[in-house]
Design a protein around this ligand. Sequence first.
Ligand code: NOJ
Length: 565
Amino acid sequence: MEAPDWWRDAVVYQIYPVSFKDTTGNGKGDLNGITSKLPYLKDLGVEVVWLSPVYASPMVDMGYDISNYREIHPDFGTMEDWERMTKEAHRIGLKVVMDLVVNHTSDQHEWFQDAKDGGSKKDWYIWRGKNKEGKEPNNWGAIFGGSCWEWNDKLKEYYLHVFDVSQPDLNWENPAVRDAVWDVMRFWLDKGCDGFRMDVINCISKTPGFPDAPVADPQSMYQYGLIHRFNGPKVADYLLEMHDKVLQYYPNAFTVGEAPGVKSAEQALPLVQNGVPLQMLFHFEHMYIDHQPGKTCFNYKPWKLTELKDVLGKFMEFNEANGGWDSLYLENHDQPRIISRWANDGKYRDASAKMLAIFHATGRGTLFIYQGQEIGMANPAAWTFDELRDLEEIQYYKAIEASNGDTKDALKQIQRIGRDNSRTPMQWSADTNAGFTSGTPWIKVNQDYEEWNVEAEQASSDISVLKFWKSLLTIRKDHNGLVRGAFQMIDYENQSVYAYTRRNATEQYLVVCSFSEEEVKWVCPVNRGNLLLGNYPSQEIEEDDTLTLRPYEGRLYYLPAMQHL
Ligand code: NOJ
């Protein structure tokens, strides 16, 4: 029998379907492609696959703009393909989690088509008249550029869209909207889906009265009003209602809520305490350490390792003490590749990928691996404007261009942090287009695919990044102290080494990860026992308490016995 909290131990693999595996030759991945790769995922050691949206959509925001929640987009296949995929996944012991995007719909959804003409569904969306000056109701900017408000000339009112103009926000105040969402959830759960990743779920309640936001730097136009669009007073109520109306009847269902703007584990706790109403959140705090505060991701700021410890370490320590739970992610379809971002994707690429794998997989929480992370995929070396596909990047570039800014620098920032970096096709082999498609890929394939691909890493006589991940997942499965055990940071002040212990009643481990490109000496404060896994082929090169850590070295040790730090 499955433990009621099986989800804590789960390893989840995020699939970005359009870039995973194409079986039709149209240059876009599809459901049959996913089905064909389920044995690969099983063999890797994952238990759950989460699919980014595959529903009917005009694809302005790559499917995060849904026009019908009960239909599959023809590019991905048919409902029968989804059923076949899910049946096969279940047969081999994998679960299938779908993306639930219900803060907003596409403007092509029949609900909005009715609303915009003043039909019975008008109140399913959020409308306001002009302010006293005859302008938009407030100064909030949309995340993908421009104002959050779009004028409808027929109704003589504006509708609210926190994201793109084609993504109108649903009015969660309206009970009919909530009931419609519960129905969508039941539809998929009854079809055999095993749970949901919930898109921007803390955005479903906004600050009452929709006050103006303090206007910051003009460079940060996207940020106006960010604080008012998330974490409104009713988020917890709505999610508790979701639990009462739907989730409690599907006790094994998996739930993770995306929650940008949830800044601390204390703030997250009411949404995840002991798994109710949600099991865990994706907060963004570790993803923000390299942004200038109050600005967009394109505004870089150098960061220190203690800033990362301040976020991740403190979340884990707090959650352990208070019945919260973490999601562990370093990449997804909105973030660049982590080895390019936090480590070195050149000379030390192999070491970086493996060190970050140790760091990632030994945290306290449910583990999420993003497609390609397991083979050490990196950001492409450069992007031209014509190669860009993501609307956020395109809008950013155009805004810089319109203000006569430095467009070369804009492309550099996009290469560093833009969303297309992680959306390039999965690299299956050294064949044309990395074995992803026999057609023309919808987005360029990373130029490094001949060396970095699944087939090569499976065949390699060395311990490839893929083989390393597999051993790590086996270790995690066999050593539950690494999943659920207490987490304690060591040597917090250190700006090169991230070290911590994991312990339960019977097992103790020490993790030491160097984020430095130089060799680092580190005095180990505990009797460290035997090395369980390390990312350099030769074992330790020191004998006493001072460890010599090579560039991006990561080590996982057994601790021989309970020791006080
Ligand atoms: C978060 C999703 O992950 C992202 O891809 C999308 O653009 C926004 N939410 C809007 O749905």
